[in-house]
Ligand binder design. Structure first.
Ligand code: SF4
Length: 456
């Protein structure tokens, strides 16, 4: 039996007292301290948007992360508080109208659903293409998009400590069971993994699996230590708890048990990575956020940072350079800069690909080699993860140089391909092939994959 690493004392210098987790939602948003200083029409706009898109923010974010002097422009305010521009004017007016009329809850819900259905709740073929089968049954809480990686959505982890305004998984949080991927069947996950020896990576995601009690997490993760699951070598945990609730790793009642679980996995020889979602350096400004990072790293777990590039929040090279520098200083590995996905309030947050690439490049220029590990800007599109590698001119034609970081067919990976330059394009499906080609090299194969699922 391997020896446990000693945990650092919770209260190392007496500054980290337990904090009560207190959350605000659309129901009690009027009670958010600080909001009363915002103009009435801004608060009404919040209510309108919060009746369509998920809204939830906790007291730590409100009191420690948002700089109220700078609201509404403060990046963490934009990251958590609904904004009028998140709904197109016609959609906004539809909901504003029913709220002004004091319509019944039933009517509000009906209008909310009409609007949601116009917001592409499931981008990148998530509902159809990614759900695997086991013994002839669809495994709804799972996605198996790339050969070596299985994504699992534990049903108890389908919320977050706060919600991001731009969340691409927003449809999971608005209460329609049809739209959820959740499954509480740990045994089925393990059975599937036993039968799929090509899977080396398990990604537990949500929502945020770190909202789960440690006891629940153990049910999912401890069985991985058994010999018949030895091929699952890497365990990734997608989370934004390091931003929204770092107390989870420091003072919460089962924080130490969680770190012990991390140690067990690490000591078994697994690579355990916390895939930490960060958008702005302001998320790292509190001592508790640093302490959480330090305690996690003490267990041998790696922390890799990823997050989308977003208008109103982090669309400057300075923000990214500072974020990456801070992460490196704290021992976090910068991993991805994503492009905002084609769902939800995307029109409010999207940044043209050309601008995204400029920001990425300018940020890279400002950091040392250890900060240059972030890939991007990367689109998690239907056919795979596609990175904008650059903008250049080939024989007089201005083009985007693109490549697959991940592809539905592994053979697509790392193959460069070219699209006509378009200064306004924000997503792969808006790009046209360059050099007079009528389609991209993967198109026929991808269409065939879609067709085969449609005919299932
Ligand atoms: S942490 Fe992730 S899943 Fe949760 S609201 Fe933010 S983007 Fe969505």
């Amino acid at each position: 039996m391997s020896q446990m690493l000693p945990l650092r004392p919770v209260d190392r210098d007496g500054t980290f007292e337990a904090r009560r987790f207190q959350v605000f939602t659309a129901r009690n948003m009027d009670k958010i301290p600080g909001l009363d200083r915002m103009p009435e029409d801004e608060r009404f706009a919040m209510r309108v948007v919060a009746n369509v898109l998920p809204f939830r923010v906790n007291e730590y974010v409100i009191n420690e992360l948002i700089d109220w002097e700078k609201a509404p422009d403060d990046p963490i305010y934009q990251l958590t508080i609904p904004q009028r521009g998140m709904l197109a004017p016609a959609l906004f007016d539809r909901m504003a109208d029913v709220l002004r009329r004091d319509a019944s809850r039933e009517e509000i819900n009906r209008v909310a659903w009409e609007i949601r259905n116009e917001l592409n709740p499931h981008p990148a073929g998530q509902m159809k293409l990614n759900v695997p089968q086991h013994d002839g049954e669809k495994l709804e809480g799972m996605q198996h998009k790339y050969n070596e990686t299985v994504l699992f959505f534990p049903s108890q982890g389908q919320v977050c400590h706060s919600y991001c305004t731009f969340c691409f998984r927003w449809a999971q949080f608005v209460g329609d069971k049809d739209l959820q991927f959740a499954s509480n069947e740990a045994e089925r996950l393990h059975a599937y993994l036993r039968d799929h020896r090509e899977v080396s990576d398990l990604l537990l995601t949500g929502g945020d699996p770190m909202v789960m009690k440690t006891r629940k997490l153990e049910e999912y993760l401890d069985p991985l230590l058994a010999a018949d699951l030895e091929h699952v070598q890497t365990v990734r945990l997608g989370t934004k708890a390091l931003t929204f609730w770092p107390y989870r790793f420091v003072t919460d009642k089962d924080a130490d048990d969680l770190l012990r679980l991390f140690e067990r996995l690490v000591n078994s020889g697994r690579h355990v990575a916390l895939m930490a979602h960060y958008n702005h350096p302001q998320e790292l400004k509190t001592p508790i956020a640093e302490e959480a990072i330090r305690r996690i790293r003490d267990t041998g777990v790696e922390i890799r940072a990823q997050g989308p590039l977003l208008a109103h929040i982090n669309d400057s090279s300075e923000a990214w350079a500072e974020l990456w520098r801070k992460q490196v200083r704290l021992g976090i590995i910068p991993y991805y800069m994503f492009v905002e996905r084609d769902t939800g309030a995307r029109h409010y947050f999207e940044v043209p690909l050309a601008r995204a690439w400029e920001i990425y490049r300018d940020a890279m220029k400002q950091v040392s080699g250890l900060g240059r590990t972030a890939r991007g800007p990367s689109m998690s599109a239907g056919p795979g993860k596609v990175e904008v590698q650059g903008i250049t001119e080939v024989q007089g034609e201005k083009v985007f140089v693109l490549r697959f970081i991940q592809g539905r067919n592994p053979d697509w990976v790392q193959r460069p391909f070219f699209a006509k330059f378009d200064p306004n394009a924000t997503w792969l499906d808006q790009l046209q092939p360059a050099f007079g080609e009528d389609k991209f090299f993967f198109q026929d194969e991808y269409d065939a994959m879609l067709a085969s699922v449609e005919s299932d």
